[in-house]
Design a protein around this ligand. Structure first.
Ligand SMILES: Nc1nc2c(ncn2[C@@H]2O[C@H](COP(=O)(O)OP(=O)(O)OP(=O)(O)O)[C@@H](O)[C@H]2O)c(=O)[nH]1
Ligand SMILES: [Mg+2]
Length: 298
């Protein structure tokens, strides 16, 4: 459908923020709705660091989803910026999908954030229902109703996709009339460079233990489309020499394994052969450096 056709009187479009505490399954939900992996999702909390828009156009309606970082209480500039990203995503949305992790129940952080939401604008999603029994979900629905009276509540499993179609139908019905924000074939606001940096960071989250994933940032330095492959070089920044040694690993084994896995996911994204070169640099205190955070889109 052409852009012109998208701007007819009957077209609908709106913003939906996917928000909630860290690790509740926000990025997994976005990826399931879009039908492809746009926003990296890992078992570790605080995986998502900045807002990521995913555009889904169905019939005459366009939903611009905004995946947000999980709201948390940690201090420091990086965490402040992550929370600010999440809060502005929520503020600017027509509808907020507010996720609760069924395996954790309503936590203090959820209760605190509820005060920033209104029932009319919120759909509360109880996620990870595939791993809990019904007797757990029913009282949770009651507690949520008490916290946000009148809000719609949707139990689902983002991982398995159970209940996701129903959620999307509710969202479609809530989108206001108006022209689309993006062409029907546009799927995200992210550049290929930014997506590639995220895929490298995803492997670091998956392959490093404990606190280490929180001490790395990734920037793509070079991205060149050549005749039969794309040549990419990226730098992994970390805050100390000792972390750098762990990332590189004995004889370079860890960085090699990060590079191989990242290259495979990048090839899937770009749908072509990729040559990926990774560097590791020490940048003490990057988490507190406003200029560096800005370079990362924060
Ligand atoms: N069993 C189960 N696990 C899920 C479900 N949804 C997400 N997960 C898992 O929960 C973990 C966190 O998922 P993410 O999608 O990264 O969560 P997030 O809310 O985006 O996390 P942050 O970006 O860190 O705030 C991953 O291991 C997912 O596979 C679900 O419906 N069921
Ligand atoms: Mg996430």
């Amino acid at each position: 459908m052409s852009e012109q056709e998208s701007s007819t009187a009957q077209s609908r479009a709106g913003f939906v923020a996917i928000a909630g505490a860290p690790n509740v399954g926000k990025s997994t939900l976005l990826n399931h709705i879009l039908g492809h992996s746009l926003s990296i999702a890992t078992p570790k909390p605080q995986t998502t660091r900045s807002r990521i828009l995913g555009v889904e156009t169905i019939g005459n309606t366009q939903i611009v989803f905004c995946d947000t970082p999980g709201i948390h209480h940690e201090s420091g500039l990086l965490h402040q910026r992550m929370n600010a990203e999440a809060r502005s995503g929520v503020r600017e949305a027509d509808v907020v999908c507010w996720l609760i992790d069924a395996t954790r129940g309503l936590r203090r952080i959820d209760r605190e954030e509820a005060s920033n939401l209104t029932a009319e604008r919120t759909i509360v999603v109880i996620n990870k229902c595939d791993v809990v029994k019904k007797p757990v979900v029913l009282p949770l629905i009651q507690s949520i109703s008490a916290l946000l009276p009148g809000a719609e509540i949707v139990p689902l499993s983002a991982l398995r996709g159970e209940g996701v179609e129903h959620l999307v139908a509710l969202l479609l019905a809530r989108m206001p009339e108006g022209p689309w924000f993006y062409d029907a074939d546009q799927v995200t606001d992210q550049t290929e460079r930014a997506l590639v940096a995220e895929l490298v960071r995803e492997q670091l989250f998956l392959q490093l233990d404990d606190e280490l994933p929180y001490r790395v940032a990734v920037l793509v330095d070079e991205f060149r489309d050549l005749a039969n492959h794309t040549s990419i070089s990226a730098t992994i920044y970390t805050d100390s020499e000792s972390t750098k040694r762990i990332i590189v690993g004995k004889g370079g084994t860890r960085i090699k394994s990060v590079g191989i896995a990242a290259r495979q996911t990048i090839e899937k994204l770009l749908d072509r052969r990729v040559f990926l070169e990774l560097f590791v640099k020490v940048k003490p205190g990057w988490q507190e450096d406003p200029r560096f955070l800005k370079e990362m889109g924060l």
